[in-house]
Ligand binder design. Structure first.
Ligand code: GLN
Length: 506
């Protein structure tokens, strides 16, 4: 019986291929077909890679025919954020600066997903160099939210989130420096996880803020995100990233263990729930998640994070300072865009940077240059590092009392393209996500249904102590089980305007 490929979870696709219900080639054809049918309206991709996908699918089908054991995500289509290197693709970071840059090697995170059997179907759109919360700052085109194409998918990993929400892929990779996985996941109604800093290798991911950046997966179900996490950490510590740690793959097991939460304490931060700017419908959604955890036996406890108010200010010092250092390599000589007609090196660099970078990328770098200059360094950068210590200590103190903290992921639902033009207003859309990048611990955004006022996806965010990321999976799976109703047990499934559009699987 014919059905749409987008009804299947990653788990079901891999199981179906292993059982011979369908082949990797058939799934790949369905994914490419779904992309072709939906992409004009969503514009999630900067590059679709049918040849790479078909080659990978053929290898899976040949391995199965030869009787080899298949890896856990064999035949599962994957979208990769365009700041991650993948040989055979350009890695543009959605910037004119890297418009023609060919990946010289494959990032560890991508290589591990491919080793787990994923099929790379394309590179996903993003805010330029991951600066942003809307994907509107892509130098090439915006991405539309599959739940309402007049709205943004969030950012900076907006293409990765939208591709999953539109049913074009069951899994994607994003990066999160201040919220860029969790915020678009929330706005698109999918699950998105930022593991603890150091859990996943950053090797081969174009750096934004090296002390903040972390790679993580998007999926429509918690179990699928868990499988992707297992793939990302398997193989152990990556010797090419000095900050990467050894994490034992136990995420799928953590998803399966989501039953009784008796003895578990979940923290709620009253100041977050009463914050100015938090919409009533998001608050209701978080309360729904809290009730689900309580019904499973968890005890809800109030906790305080007294210095978290300083997180956005600290982030907009540390982030731009690190970005300014990292983006200095785009000098118009070694990488990327070279302004023609320059007669000396200084001119070559200045004019290439002036024309290669968009407005937000320039704003961040000018801010970073200023913040790191002598005289102001102590006043801002040093102060931000002190705030970072205080915020980290706040989380440690809270985690002495609770196993995890539940909070909003974003203050409001997806906004319209162009609706937020003031950069500082845009920065506030990360008010709930940024403090985790400052402190380093992990967080997950899980859908909790549609908002009563907007009719758009709502989400809750769970936060765990550093390297206790499997708890995020367990508690998110409890929430999903209580609230889930769509395909595969997911809370919202594929956005209705796109569900079943192309991508038929025989
Ligand atoms: N929106 C935040 C910023 O603009 C976070 C971006 C990110 O996580 N990459 O910096």
């Amino acid at each position: 019986m014919a059905r749409s490929f987008d009804e299947l979870t990653a788990q079901e696709i891999a199981a179906g291929i292993a059982a011979g219900t369908f082949s990797a080639a058939e799934v790949t054809a369905a994914a490419l077909d779904a992309i072709a049918a939906r992409e004009t309206e969503v514009q999630a991709f900067l590059q679709v890679t049918p040849e790479l996908a078909q080659e990978a699918a053929a290898r899976i089908d040949a391995a199965r025919a030869a009787g080899e054991a298949l890896p856990p995500l064999a035949g599962v289509p994957l979208a990769v954020k365009d700041n991650m290197n993948l040989v055979g693709t350009r890695t543009t970071c959605a910037s004119r600066m890297l418009e023609t840059y060919e990946s010289p090697y494959t990032a560890t995170c991508v290589a591990r997903m491919l080793a787990a059997g994923c099929i790379p179907v394309g590179k996903a759109n993003m805010d330029e160099f991951a600066f942003g919360s809307s994907t509107d700052s892509s130098a090439f085109h915006p991405t539309n939210n599959p739940w309402d194409t007049a709205r943004v998918p969030g950012g900076s990993s907006g293409g990765s989130a939208a591709a999953v929400a539109a049913g074009m892929v069951p899994l994607s990779l994003g990066s999160d420096t201040g919220g860029s996985i969790r915020q678009p996941a929330a706005l698109c109604g999918v699950v998105g996880m930022k593991p603890t800093y150091g859990a996943v290798s950053r090797y081969g991911v174009v750096a934004f803020g090296s002390s903040l950046d972390q790679v993580g997966p998007f999926g429509r179900t918690v179990a699928d995100v868990a499988l992707a996490m297992d793939a990302l950490v398997s193989g152990g510590r990556d010797p090419y990233d000095s900050t990467a740690q050894d994490v034992v793959p136990g995420f799928a097991a953590a998803a399966a263990s989501a039953e009784d939460l008796a003895g578990t304490r979940i923290g709620l931060v009253p100041a977050f729930m009463e914050a100015e700017g938090l919409t009533a419908e998001v608050r209701t959604g978080v309360e729904r998640a809290a009730s689900a955890l309580e019904a499973a036996g968890a005890e809800l406890v109030e906790v305080d994070l007294p210095h978290v108010d300083a997180a956005i200010a600290a982030y907009y010092v540390i982030g731009p300072a690190e970005a300014f250092s990292n983006l200095a390599r785009f000098d118009g000589i070694r990488y990327g865009y070279q302004e023609p007609g320059c007669t000396n090196l200084a001119d070559q660099s200045a004019r290439s940077r002036a024309h290669g970078f968009g407005a937000e990328a320039k704003r961040r770098q000018m801010l970073g240059a200023y913040l790191l200059s002598s005289g102001v360094y102590d006043q801002y950068y040093y102060a931000a590092q002190k705030a970072r210590t205080l915020i980290t200590e706040d989380y440690s103190a809270a985690f002495a009392r609770v196993d995890a903290i539940l909070m909003p992921a974003t203050p409001h639902a997806a906004f319209r393209h162009g609706e937020i033009s003031d950069p500082t207003q845009m920065y506030l859309s990360d008010m709930y996500t940024i403090s985790l990048n400052i402190a380093g611990n992990g967080g997950i955004s899980v859908p909790v249904g549609l908002g009563a006022d907007s009719g758009l996806p709502m989400a809750a965010q769970l936060v765990a102590p550093a390297f206790a990321d499997e708890r995020l999976i367990t508690y998110a799976a409890v929430i999903e089980r209580a609230l889930g109703r769509a395909a595969g047990g997911s809370v919202l499934g594929v956005a209705p305007a796109f569900a079943g559009k192309g991508g038929e699987l025989r």
